[in-house]
Ligand binder design. Structure first.
Ligand code: SF4
Ligand code: SF4
Length: 244
């Protein structure tokens, strides 16, 4: 049974499971950052796993340099509790086993399919493998058509295509910010785009900077973002009124 050691923890969980995996087994791990417990359930695969592991290590290194507990002690009136933790989650695929949608910063692996220009044979393998019904045939020159509104960027269709008509387009990581549970739950808002590992690290660093600068009373990152957005909205309204 997993045990958590209370209010002084940072919380970090990773699953690694990219589409196309034929070797995927769970390996729960446990580690520590100063002032925080670092947990993740890691899943292994032949390829792709190293990138996720490297990202986890880099994020962990970045977090280790920040004093979350010391910061919270200056902001929270009373004892620190588990809901004060700043939470990160990395998931290597859109199955999102580590629940990146409900943490302060969630990171999800993404492989976006692209049409390569190589002729499609019409075998239908990509249609069969797509659980989102996001791909169909009969585009221009019988090319596959992808509905990017439905596509979750799992990359399964790329791996299934025997002809090479589908190829890997942008790939890297999706970034979600401000997710939380509690009395007023909300899913993290996804930043537009797919980011490289370096870009993810820069964004995590920036988010932590913002949190340390603006967070009040031990509020969650999402609550802080909501508060700032509401403030800006109110200010904008006030400015519009005064200028009209
Ligand atoms: S179209 Fe998108 S959701 Fe469907 S298999 Fe391909 S990458 Fe996955
Ligand atoms: S898997 Fe490739 S070759 Fe087969 S229908 Fe899809 S795009 Fe065409």
């Amino acid at each position: 049974m997993r045990r958590r050691s209370g209010a002084q923890n940072g919380y970090f969980r990773n699953t690694s499971r990219l589409a196309g995996s034929d070797f995927c087994r769970e390996r729960p791990l446990r580690s520590r950052i100063p002032g925080g417990d670092v947990l993740w359930g890691r899943r292994m695969r032949k390829t792709g796993q190293r990138k996720a592991e490297r990202l986890v290590e880099e994020v962990e290194k970045l977090l280790s340099g920040r004093d979350f507990v010391g910061f919270l002690k200056t902001r929270v009136n009373g004892p620190l509790k588990i809901h004060h933790e700043f939470r990160f989650s990395v998931s290597d695929c859109p199955n999102a086993c580590s629940r990146p949608q409900i943490v302060d910063i969630g990171i999800i692996g993404a492989r976006r399919p692209a049409i390569s220009g190589v002729p499609c044979t019409g075998c239908g393998a990509c249609v069969a493998v797509c659980r989102e019904e996001a791909i169909g045939l009969g585009g221009e020159g019988d090319a596959p058509e992808i509905d990017m509104d439905k596509c979750v960027q799992c990359g399964k269709c790329i791996d299934s295509c025997p002809s090479g008509a589908l190829e890997q387009g942008s790939h890297g990581w999706r970034v979600l910010v401000g997710g939380k549970l509690g009395r007023h739950p909300q899913l993290g808002a996804e930043l537009e785009g797919i980011y490289s590992g370096e870009e993810v690290l820069a964004k995590v660093g920036r988010c932590v900077d913002l949190y340390f600068e603006y967070s009040e009373g031990g509020e969650r990152f999402g609550a802080m973002l909501n508060r700032i957005a509401a403030l800006r909205y109110r200010r904008k309204g006030t400015n519009t009124e005064s200028s009209s």
